[in-house]
Design a protein around this ligand. Structure first.
Ligand SMILES: Nc1ncnc2c1ncn2[C@@H]1O[C@H](COP(=O)(O)OP(=O)(O)OP(=O)(O)O)[C@@H](O)[C@H]1O
Ligand SMILES: [Mg+2]
Length: 226
């Protein structure tokens, strides 16, 4: 589902983001990417959803070579990859419903399709009773659930979450993790970037540790050791 061959990202003038990364993630896997601050976790995530392009190497998502993907093809990629961030990135002037609907509108969905899909994804994240709230009127956990609902509108094959629980307390973080596990059970491949030892150890799934832009360990049912 995800294939990186000898991928490096060097930021100008010569800052190493990641270096010589080889990675194969099979459909339906749930992987965690861990490592100290500045080791290239977000860089790796950004390469997957083409917010950045690699300096060297090759990247394939679902058999599609996105190494040199053109800007005008990125929206098509984003329909196959859902993305969730630490800071939610919701539109403050739109309601819960509108935030989710907007992701479909910009992709040219019909009004009918939007009416069908928005309640569906808001149900998955258990926010069916908060359609008309604005982000400011929601807790952090609820805001993240809206962001996750939004990431699901195109039924992505892959979900990339960069520190999705970074702003949440333990209880809310666990709820978000349960949700990611549920989404993974439905068949979506999940790539989770996290600092959270507790989360990684509870998951008991594949753990990839980065150090100075390189993979230093890749373990099935791994534990967080730094
Ligand atoms: N746009 C950029 N321009 C220049 N250097 C960058 C840029 N983005 C990241 N870097 C550098 O690349 C390296 C990897 O950064 P990255 O954001 O991938 O780390 P990270 O593992 O996600 O860190 P954190 O845990 O703090 O989020 C760091 O040295 C960082 O300073
Ligand atoms: Mg980061």
């Amino acid at each position: 589902m995800i294939l990186l061959k000898n991928v490096s990202k060097i930021y100008p003038p010569n800052v190493v983001g990641i270096e010589g990364i080889n990675l194969h993630v099979k459909p339906g896997e749930f992987i965690s990417i861990v490592g100290r601050s500045g080791t290239g976790k977000s860089t790796l995530a950004k390469l997957l959803f083409a917010e950045e392009r690699p300096s060297r190497g090759k990247i394939e998502i679902g058999g599609w070579d996105i190494t040199n993907i053109k800007d005008h093809d990125v929206p098509m990629l984003r329909r196959q990859i859902g993305v969730v961030f630490q800071d939610y990135k919701l539109l403050q002037k739109k309601t819960v419903y509108e935030n989710v609907a907007f992701a479909l509108q910009v992709a040219g969905a019909t009004a009918r399709h939007i009416r069908d899909v928005v309640p569906l994804v808001l149900n998955i994240v258990n926010l069916h009773d908060k359609y008309d709230r604005y982000p400011k009127q929601l807790s952090g956990g609820e805001q993240q659930r809206v962001a996750i609902a939004r990431s699901l509108v195109h039924q992505p094959k892959v979900l990339v979450a960069d520190e999705p629980t970074g702003n949440l307390d333990t209880l809310n973080a666990r709820e978000i993790m349960d949700l990611l596990a549920k989404i993974n059970e439905f068949g979506t491949t999940v790539v989770l970037v996290t600092h959270d030892r507790d989360i990684v150890n509870r998951l008991r799934r594949r753990v990839i540790t980065l150090e100075d832009g390189k993979i230093v360990s890749d373990v099935e049912e791994g534990r967080y050791k730094l």
